[in-house]
Design a protein around this ligand. Structure first.
Ligand code: GAR
Length: 431
């Protein structure tokens, strides 16, 4: 369920339309859990009628910086996934739009790119449209980025301008005939899209056999999250558990007597060295950690490694490094076999951390003989909740036949307060 905050400045008829639509069951994937006003306004009454928690962060008294600081704190506190601007008249800075990229929706009462941007709000928009003599106007629902009214358009609907229209009459018709329908419908579609495409459990459930996988990023509480999971097909490979040893997490054989060749299945899956957390699906974790001790970065260290030699699958070696501290970043690496047999080395670094956003890589695209390697770039996923909840969401999403073990580490970006959750056990209980 997508948790929505609606931001308002005015009478709030769009908020009312959103709440009514939700009440009628129109948005099964989303739920308005918070209303924030930047001034005292009529919209707050609609929130109260629907018993939705509301707060006023007075933009004038607080000033822009403090307003945005409090806004971000409230969004974080309520674990908000999606922000809807419904007649919200403060232009948000890059600090907010950057942290909630592709997760802020706005409605504007014109057909963008006409009559939009700074200074175009309320009746001014319609006054400008009538002055220009346009014969149609309408409304636009779009994603918000750092350019006022400039983000990607999600939906638009036009309406005829009448000869005797005044700014007030045109605005009223656009509001009643277009906005009240277009905004709730678009928000509902976007919630469905977010649930389907971005949630970590949805992404994991898309593939029955993803092999081994890594998730790295920041949860909606602003903490670093590093997860590693093992799914396996063969009895030999299923015979594994993840065991914590201090800061490290290692793979161990559950039944030592069944261990035939430990070389590719027994390794340090996760470890920490100062501000760096390393995670990998093989003993390249040691190569990376040795490199870090000598001041060598992940990319350089992995030049000495290739994909695994397990012909015919040639399993990709996947690794990640999360660097904590004042300038946090994470980097993911995939070493996979190309069609010509050479090693394709891809590295993806993310220094622009966003609340609730992470990246997922795994070894296989699915089942098959030979197993098809992961293709393309790391996949963006949303991470909601703490280590325990993320571990549960991921574990539930993994196929019960194939899932073997999973660990999720949640750490303060400062490096303090680490939490580790482990789940394990093969579905059918036997090896
Ligand atoms: C709506 O027409 C909305 O499109 C507009 O404010 C009105 C709010 O009405 N928004 C903008 O002009 C944003 N630039 P409401 O408070 O009754 O929902």
């Amino acid at each position: 369920m997508i948790r929505i905050a609606v931001l308002v400045s005015g009478t709030g008829s769009n908020l009312q339309a959103l709440l009514d639509y939700e009440k009628r069951g129109g948005n099964p994937d989303g739920c308005i859990v918070l209303v924030i006003a930047d001034r005292s306004c009529g919209a707050l009454d609609h929130a109260a009628e629907h018993r939705v928690p509301a707060l006023v962060l007075d933009r004038r008294t607080l000033g822009k910086n403090e307003f945005e600081r409090s806004l971000l704190a409230s969004l974080k506190q309520h674990s908000i996934d999606l922000v809807v601007l419904a007649g919200f008249l403060t232009i948000l800075s890059e600090k907010v739009t950057g942290l909630y990229r592709r997760r802020i929706i706005n409605i504007h009462p014109s057909l963008i790119p006409s009559f939009c941007g700074k200074g175009y709000y309320g009746e001014r928009v319609h006054q400008a449209a009538l002055q220009r003599g346009v014969k149609v106007s309408g409304a636009t629902v779009h994603l918000v980025d750092e350019v006022a009214d400039g983000g990607p358009i999600l939906s638009q609907q036009a309406l005829d301008v009448l000869d005797d229209d005044t700014p007030a009459s045109l605005g009223r018709r656009i509001l009643e005939q277009v906005e009240w329908k277009l905004l709730p419908k678009t928000v509902a579609s976007y919630c469905l899209y977010m649930e389907r495409n971005m949630n970590v459990s949805q992404k994991l459930a898309e593939r029955r056999y993803p092999g081994r996988g890594i998730v790295c990023g920041m949860n909606d509480r602003g903490k670093a999250v590093i997860a590693y999971f093992i799914t396996a097909r063969s009895i030999h490979s299923k015979n594994r558990a993840l065991v914590a040893e201090g800061d490290a997490v290692r793979t161990k054989a559950v039944d030592e007597s069944l261990l035939v060749d430990p070389s590719l299945i027994i390794y340090r899956a996760m470890d920490r060295l100062g501000d760096d957390i390393v995670v990998a699906n093989g003993d390249q974790s040691d190569t990376i950690l040795d490199g870090l001790r000598q001041g060598v970065d992940l990319q350089q260290s992995l030049q000495s490694r290739t994909f695994e030699p397990d012909e015919p699958n040639y399993t990709p070696r996947i690794s990640a490094l999360f660097h904590l501290g004042p300038d946090p970043f994470y980097e993911l690496s995939i070493l996979r076999r190309s069609a010509d047999g050479s090693c394709d080395r891809s590295f993806h670094a993310y220094s622009d951390l966003r609340l609730g956003e992470a990246h997922l890589i795994h070894t296989y695209e699915g089942d098959g003989n030979p197993l098809p390697s992961f293709t393309g770039e790391p996949r963006m996923v949303h991470l909601r909740g703490d280590a325990q909840s993320i571990a549960d969401q991921m574990w539930d999403a993994l196929d019960k036949e194939y899932r073997v073990a999973l660990c999720v580490k949640e750490v303060d970006l400062t490096g303090n307060e680490a939490k580790l959750e482990i789940r394990q056990g093969v579905g059918n209980g036997s090896y």
